[in-house]
Ligand binder design. Sequence first.
Ligand code: ADP
Ligand code: MG
Length: 316
Amino acid sequence: AEEEIRQRSRRSIQRYKVMEKLGEGAFSKVYKAQNIQTGDYVAVKVIEKFQLDEKQRASVLKEVALMRQLEHPNIVKFIDFIENEQCFYIVQELVEGGELFNQVVKYTYLSEDLSRHVIIQVAEALIYLHETVGIVHRDLKPENIFFDAIQVIPSRNRQLRRSDDPNTKLDEGEFTMNYGGGGVGMVKIGDFGLSKQIIANNSLKTPCGTIGYTAPEIVKDLRYSKEVDMWALGCVLYILLCGFPPFFNDSIDELTRKVANGEYEFLSPWWDEISDGAKHCVSKLLTVNPHERYTISEFMNDPWILEFLQRSESFR
Ligand code: ADP
Ligand code: MG
């Protein structure tokens, strides 16, 4: 399969006009680009080969093989793969709001309705990955969730304050989230660098992901499976609702201990006005025992989620 990908990819990057940089990962830079023939705008992930060993090069080809199979409205679409002497180029659907999630996390939080609107779309992608394709994403986190057509506009009604998150300076301001152009914002998950096919009856056991969103069974080095994505979903939902992550600490050891014990709080005053239904949903996702944690279908049947789905049916 890898050889086939190589064969089919002996095309040139010249067919794209590369434009401004959209973002950066550990081994990649992502640029906006335009297909010269069609005029379509795309995102090109450029990975320089010299920095990768053989194993890492193989995992890039695996990511491509995986992305090719995926087709879902809430997953970034794969368009093309090009390889030359120096680089791999992964051409993907352009998600214009790219970095916005990071901005949301830094500067604001979402209303309960907008949080549900966003998290349900992430969940729809997980239903597809878990149930239709049979893979675990394993690297679900704010940086790998892309936004389209949602914009942040300044507002007077909600106050932002960051607490003791070590990664961000205390910041104050007033923001709220609104849908761009009055439409319904789309959320897409991307970055399949770490996702792996689940081998039947075989749970995965490789350390990966990012501490802070990582499930207890991973930090405790137990075998793990789909449940890790549900834990990460809980971390993302927590962040959407209040603007800061459930687990953070300056010391990795202390952070690891907190995650392993599921030690998080609904910190006052930030959580004071958030409904019990929302808190209950978060707590069923951030449950240490993976067997007691919400599965994706239990999540979709959570009363707080159902209430929103029923109410919003007309515009969905
Ligand atoms: P890595 O695997 O190196 O982490 P990512 O796929 O996460 O790379 O991409 C790095 C960054 O580039 C993202 O966090 C995002 O800001 C931006 N980006 C990636 N893909 C797209 C895309 N399809 N559209 C817009 N921006 C993107
Ligand atoms: Mg990434």
